[in-house]
Design a protein around this ligand. Structure first.
Ligand code: ADP
Length: 162
């Protein structure tokens, strides 16, 4: 039976959130009643922002989106999804390379916890945008201003000055 109210969780590292992620959020919000952006603590070798900083940045970016919220979580994504009484996991797809990994992840989440995953393909212009590359290019002085929202760009510049 179709549910009347669908809550989705969009989990990720979001270190930092990019225009590609935001594109998925703005498309996702049209499909679900509520969307929670969930900042995981997955170990990144050299993180740029702390989970709290990532949450603060995202909160600023979504402040005018009524049905979208952000929080951080620890541990297994599916446990968090159940705890928040969410119905689906939302993930973004950029390329065939993503599909392979995401397919495996989605199958695992479904078989261990019965949680379904919904995928949204990003707009072509963000198909090559990745947080990992943004961290690398920015730390080497490259211009990433077109790939991230203005406030993320400013926060990265601040971070790198330190
Ligand atoms: P994770 O470490 O869990 O992969 P990310 O923050 O890198 O976290 O990505 C979260 C989700 O957003 C993943 O589904 C990823 O494929 C997707 N994603 C990342 N970058 C983009 C982009 N440019 N366009 C669309 N989806 C993206």
């Amino acid at each position: 039976m179709k549910k009347n109210f669908v809550r989705a969780v969009f989990p990720g590292s979001f270190d930092p959130i990019t225009n590609g992620h935001l594109d998925v959020v703005s498309r996702g919000v049209k499909l679900f009643d509520e969307l929670i952006i969930a900042v995981g603590r997955s170990p990144i070798k050299e993180p740029l922002f702390t989970p709290q900083e990532r949450v603060d940045i995202i909160a600023e970016l979504i402040k005018d989106m009524p049905r979208v919220s952000v929080e951080s979580f620890e541990g297994l994504t599916v446990k968090y999804v159940k705890q928040r009484k969410a119905d689906v996991i939302l993930r973004g797809l950029r390329s065939l390379t993503d599909v392979q990994y995401e397919f495996q992840l989605a199958m695992t989440n479904r078989s261990v916890a019965g949680v379904e995953t919904v995928f949204i393909m990003t707009s072509e212009q963000y198909g090559f945008t990745s947080s990992t590359l943004i961290r690398e290019v920015a730390s080497l002085g490259g211009d990433i201003s077109r790939l991230v929202p203005k406030i993320v760009y400013a926060r990265i510049q601040q971070k790198l000055k330190k």
